[in-house]
Design a protein around this ligand. Structure first.
Ligand code: CAP
Ligand code: MG
Length: 475
């Protein structure tokens, strides 16, 4: 006889026990999408637990439930219960029931996003359950915010169109060419200004610090901002970039309480952009910047360290979720990966189109973001990323421009020439025949990060996306 059976409860209260499917699950037709935040998870449970049971536990634990009924439960608590409303086994035959996708609806009156913003959403949606013993692997892969919640956010101040306004590509719709300081360390502020002057004279559109480069002894941040903009304005006065203005985004990532103060100082020193590492600063810092009237420049979001959270196909948080929330929180540009380059896994052929959709699809009053493709990009492999992502991207270069055999200016020219080749639908090898800088770049970098290989997670040509869909976990 169990102890519980031996001890009669001397109270009656509505049940909140986390395996009560009658309370914590429902059917899709009963979910009011205007009154719920909808979240999708990919879970792998202990084989003794089926995903529908796990889905009920997630909904319970993340709303009002716990492992036992409690005498303190109220009618209101059961009314605010989150509910699992759909599940699908990974194994199409359905014989394996402990891994697959579950969808949970979180009633908006359960949440407190108008006071706590995105941290509130994370606390509810990812919460404690991702450490739940019977669910060893779990990944938050998608979500939908109802209009009432979206209204709480302003989104990007600039986004794709604002960036095109600045750079002067509203008419041409060509991709932007961006440059990063290299190497990441040991470059003085004057050295950074010189790199960017050369790149500007070569035709580059946008500039940014490298993610580890902030206020080091050899390159004081505010001096660097002033010197770089002096160099860019000099290039402009010498006829470079006639189509539009320049944006250099110095690194503003710092402790959250100092972010706005540092940003204001950088703008006072001439900064016409800011770079924030969303993974290290997180959403409260981004929103503070994006929603502050004094911050009237685009915010470029880097994502260094994202792979620690996003890379495992069965556990963590998908980068699609991170990017989609960065859009509502007000980021103007965000790194999304490359079709061919030095980073990422073959799963990117499924993930990147999903991320692009999340940051550029119509979304009420929330402007689309500019995507940044970066990491081992060379003029030889641009077209793979442009084919996969479209033209509203910035091709962000480091090594391939500063590593050009003729130096930074020629590297920048080769980068622009490769873009022109793409816009004119001329194979880059053909276009290079009468564009010497491009020719030199193609000969120098050859097929580095441009061919199918294990080293670069580039898939065998001829494999269809559906092949990867079945290989990789996308619902
Ligand atoms: C690229 C880069 C970027 C990464 C970020 C680097 O340099 O500057 O930070 O691309 O990765 O430091 O590696 P190269 P992601 O052009 O020289 O490779 O865009 O995936 O977030
Ligand atoms: Mg970098």
């Amino acid at each position: 006889m169990t102890t519980e059976a031996m001890v009669e409860r001397r109270w009656s209260a509505p049940s909140v026990e986390h395996d009560r499917g009658d309370i914590f699950s429902t059917t899709p037709d009963k979910v009011d999408i205007d009154k719920n935040v909808l979240a999708t998870f990919f879970i792998t449970c202990d084989p003794r637990v089926t995903i529908d049971q796990a889905g009920v536990i997630i909904a319970a634990e993340q709303s009002v439930g716990t492992f036992t009924d409690v005498s303190t439960a109220t009618e209101l608590s059961t009314k605010t219960a989150a509910k699992m409303y759909s599940y699908k086994y990974e194994d199409p035959s359905g014989s394996v029931k402990h891994s697959g996708w579950v969808k949970v609806a979180f009633p908006t009156y359960l949440l407190d996003m108008d006071n706590r913003g995105i941290p509130d959403l994370f606390t509810f949606v990812t919460g404690n359950w991702m450490g739940f013993t019977p669910i060893p692997n779990c990944k938050w892969i998608d979500f939908t915010l109802p209009k009432d919640v979206l209204k709480l956010f302003k989104g990007p101040k600039f986004g794709t169109e604002g960036l095109r306004d600045i750079v002067g590509t509203k008419k041409s719709r060509r991709p932007h060419v961006g440059i990063t300081i290299k190497p990441k360390m040991g470059v003085t502020d004057q050295g950074a200004a010189q790199q960017f002057y050369d790149a500007a004279m070569g035709g580059v559109d946008t500039f940014k610090d490298d993610e580890t480069y902030h206020n080091q002894w050899c390159s004081p941040l505010l001096d660097r901002v002033a010197k770089v903009y002096e160099a860019l304005d000099k290039a402009k006065s010498e006829g470079a970039h006639p189509e539009g203005d320049y944006m250099y985004a110095p690194e503003v990532t710092t402790d959250s309480e100092r972010t706005l103060e540092v940003a204001d100082k950088m703008i006072a020193h001439g900064a016409r952009g800011l770079m924030l590492n969303i993974m290290c600063s997180w959403y409260p810092s981004l929103r503070a910047l994006a929603e502050d009237p004094s911050i009237n420049v685009p915010i470029h979001l880097h994502r260094a360290s994202h792979a620690s959270l996003t890379r495992h196909p069965r556990h963590g948080i998908s980068f699609k979720v991170i990017a989609a929330l960065s859009r509502v929180a007000g980021g103007d540009l965000i790194h999304v990966g490359t079709a061919r380059g030095k980073l990422g896994d073959a799963i990117k052929f499924v993930e990147i189109p999903e991320v692009m959709d999340a940051i550029q699809k119509p979304l009420d009053h929330i402007a689309p973001m500019m995507a940044v493709s970066s990491g081992g990009l060379t003029p030889q492999n641009y077209h793979y990323s442009l084919d996969l992502m479209g033209l509203d991207i910035t091709l962000q270069n480091g090594g391939s421009v500063h590593g050009h055999p003729w130096g930074t200016k020629a590297g920048a020219t080769a980068a622009r020439q490769a873009c022109d080749a793409y816009m004119k639908k001329i194979p880059v090898e053909d276009y290079a025949k009468d564009h010497p800088e491009l020719q030199a770049a193609l000969q120098f970098f050859g097929q580095k990060y441009a061919v199918a290989s294990a080293m670069t997670a580039v898939p065998e040509l001829g494999k269809k996306e559906s092949d990867y869909r079945s290989m990789f976990k996308s619902e």
